[in-house]
Design a binder for this molecule. Structure first.
Ligand code: HEC
Length: 113
């Protein structure tokens, strides 16, 4: 390797790091669906007989995106799952896409439909 290409290689490293951090922030509702199936729905089904009634019953509690984020965060903590923010965001995004249909507010973070 000559000196110039070595400098080019070193110079590109911070750029790669920035790219990979951004990739980790991407919301992936499909991953949220898998996580939800694995960790969340059995308990809700045992309470209501199916997986959706807890989210769709007339007096359900989550009425905006903040409450959804907080609830997923709280369940994560209660259950001791130790999820990363990306897993919380993915699961919240899937629940919103599937059941709650919250609008995407450009000022708030990152729910994509
Ligand atoms: C051990 C049982 C259990 C598990 C496991 C569980 N939950 Fe819950 N969940 C509950 C209970 C109990 C409620 C509250 C029902 C109530 O107060 O009416 C609830 C309510 C919720 C709500 C609010 C529904 C609404 O709009 O009223 C959301 C959202 C939710 N859970 C998400 C999750 C997620 C995400 C997971 C997985 C990380 C999870 N839950 C795992 C028991 C559980």
């Amino acid at each position: 390797m000559n000196k110039l290409s070595f400098i080019a290689l070193i110079g590109s490293l911070p750029f790669c790091l920035i790219l990979s951090v951004q990739a980790a922030d991407d919301i992936n509702p499909k991953n949220g669906q898998v996580l939800h199936q694995k960790h969340c729905q059995a308990c809700h089904i045992s309470m209501f007989g199916d997986e959706k009634t807890i989210y769709t019953r007339a007096d359900h509690k989550v009425t905006d995106k903040n409450k959804l984020d907080n609830q997923v965060q709280a369940c994560n903590q209660n259950l001791g799952l130790g999820w990363f923010d990306t897993e919380i965001n993915d699961t919240a995004a899937w629940l919103s896409q599937e059941y709650y249909h919250f609008d995407t507010n450009p000022d708030s973070d990152n729910l994509k439909h």
